[in-house]
Ligand binder design. Structure first.
Ligand code: FAD
Length: 510
């Protein structure tokens, strides 16, 4: 006997952060909601996994804007997260940007005065330019109302102003600030946060991301899956359902109206409205032969995805490797915008982070290293599918491939931490195929659809689709990242509830 209903006001496909936040907002507003998740674990990129008793994150290394009065703080307050999350504030310098053959660890520090001060110490002749850079970042951030919890049309200050910022490239902007090549590379050094591409990434992707961490930077203690757990409890408290092992394969139409979501097992969930938290390409796949506007389908299908990545996960022997309350972004040279696959050196850039554990603030349990990797590197194993719930060996040659990549990563790390090898207890890895199988993307893309300043409106995805009762949410909508997805969920729910009312509640949340 089923313990759940099969008829709701809203069915949400996918339990990533966007799906859960929509379920929360609509559930709280009295809609009956049901989230259908294909996996054993909910949360999508919020998932954590344990290796040798150490907790690793999938997609939440750090969070910005969580000091009282800042944007994510207030959004999280509304979602009932702020009082329950276990957080650790990162060091004043939250990111170090480093390069081969350069001893200096360049600083990205929290708060604008400190950011300017610490970089000006490292680039004494560049203070004015660093100040100008910060002023520009802040000006861009002011242009996005929901980023500032403002109930305002983005075009209120004039279309010209808004579109001006959408059409500026991040690299072009940074290059215009200074001719100092090293400073340019330092300012853009953490661009794997948004998979920056020199001739595509808009300035706003850079500005909204970096500003958030300059405002304040935090890590989740014992992993980001706590965000998922807290939201799940609240959604169930509103009477909502979150069902696992429900792999939606089809959206069913009756007399031209979307009425049901059907799972791989043939179970049907009926609703008045549907929200898809999965990639727009895959959402189109669910529509099967249903006819929708060709121009819309063509535009969505033509949008390219951001790169995938390889992750090295190291478990350390107890009390051997220090806990680093900051991240490193390392590059082999100044060409930090080279993106992926243009050099024979691998890894040519990486990000490392030691997850915050409640066990110790002095020593790290483990470390994650993230390196771009093209999907075609693993394509020959694409016929295999491997998750905890559905295990399948990808073969010995795949294991050898991962081992070889892991060894290259460890050699790169040894340049920074000469003793690191002796601290390692066990080595684990994930590839673009792991992301594909766990998150359900087609190519393991990290952040979904690429934003392009050359044609900004083309890559803008509206929460509305050409099917009147089907909406989109998640990282492809507005911006990726915890803050970007949060703002996207407000945009999606504003199709159901007056946006002013949602924002009022958010601002009043205590
Ligand atoms: C390596 C990495 C590091 C990151 N680090 C950070 C960071 O430090 N800070 C930060 O703010 N952001 C970070 N991000 C980005 C952030 O994690 C994501 O942007 C965000 O979590 C995406 O949320 P989403 O709502 O789009 O859902 P997703 O996380 O994409 O989840 C989608 C869900 O839908 C489910 N699903 C898919 N298909 C189906 C189907 N057919 N039926 C049912 N369910 C389905 C999936 O199983 C999944 O649970 C990182 C991302 C990556 C990849």
């Amino acid at each position: 006997m089923k313990r759940y209903k099969t008829k709701y006001d809203v069915v949400i496909i996918g339990s990533g952060l966007g799906g859960l936040q929509c379920a929360y907002i609509l559930g709280e507003a009295g809609y009956s909601v049901c989230v259908l998740e294909k996996n054993k674990q909910t949360g999508g990129n919020l998932q954590t996994f344990v290796r040798d008793k150490s907790i690793f994150d999938t997609g939440v290394h750090y969070l910005g804007g969580l000091d009282e009065g800042q944007n994510l703080y207030q959004y999280f307050k509304y979602f009932g997260l702020m009082d329950k999350l276990k957080l650790r504030k990162m060091n004043s310098t939250f990111d170090y940007i480093t390069f081969d053959n350069d001893e200096t660890e360049y600083k990205h520090s929290q708060t604008y005065p400190q950011f300017i001060e610490s970089l000006s110490e490292q680039f004494p002749k560049e203070r004015k330019n660093i100040e100008k850079y910060c002023e520009g970042i802040l000006n861009v951030c002011k242009t996005f109302p929901l980023y500032n919890l403002e109930d305002k049309d983005p075009l209120a200050d004039g279309e010209e102003n808004f579109f001006k910022y959408l059409s500026i490239g991040a690299k072009n902007y940074i290059d215009s600030i200074t001719t100092n090549e090293r400073l340019r590379s330092v300012l853009a050094g953490s661009n794997s946060l948004y998979a920056g591409i020199g001739n595509k990434t808009p300035l706003y992707s850079h500005a909204l991301t970096i500003n958030s961490y300059i405002e304040s930077s935090y890590r989740c203690v014992d992993g980001g899956s706590q965000i998922c757990r807290i939201l799940t409890k609240a959604i169930r408290g509103f009477g909502g359902e979150i069902l696992k092992y429900k792999d939606v394969k089809k959206l069913v139409f009756e007399n031209g109206t979307l009425t049901k979501a059907e799972t791989a097992e043939g179970e049907q969930f009926e609703a008045k409205y549907f929200i898809s938290n999965i990639h727009p390409h895959l959402t189109l796949d669910l529509l099967k032969e249903q006819k929708i506007r060709k121009a819309y389908v063509r535009r969505i299908r033509s949008l390219e995805n951001s790169t995938a990545c390889f992750n090295l996960h190291l478990v350390f022997k107890k009390d051997t490797f220090p806990y680093l309350n900051h991240n490193y972004y390392h590059h082999i040279d100044n060409d930090v915008w080279r993106y992926v696959g243009y050099t024979d050196v691998w890894p040519d850039a990486y990000m490392i982070s030691t997850p915050a554990s409640s066990r110790s603030e002095k020593y790290a349990d483990c470390m994650s290293m993230m390196v771009y990797m093209r999907y075609d590197e693993v394509e020959k194993w694409s016929q295999t599918f491997n998750t905890v719930a559905q295990e399948e060996s990808r073969g010995e040659d795949y294991e050898a491939f991962k081992l070889e990549k892991a060894e290259k990563c460890i050699r790169a790390l040894e340049k920074k931490f000469p003793n690191i090898r002796s601290c390692i207890q066990s080595i684990h890895t994930s590839t673009p195929l792991s992301f594909r199988d766990y998150i359900g993307t087609s190519d393991g893309s990290m952040y979904g659809i690429i934003k392009d300043f050359n044609d900004p409106l083309r890559s803008f995805i509206s929460p509305k689709t050409k099917v009147p009762n089907l909406f989109l949410t998640g990282q492809n909508l507005n911006m990726h990242g915890i803050l970007g997805v949060t703002i996207g969920s407000i945009m999606t729910c504003a199709e159901f509830i007056n946006r002013s009312d949602i924002l009022k509640k958010i601002k009043q949340a205590q």
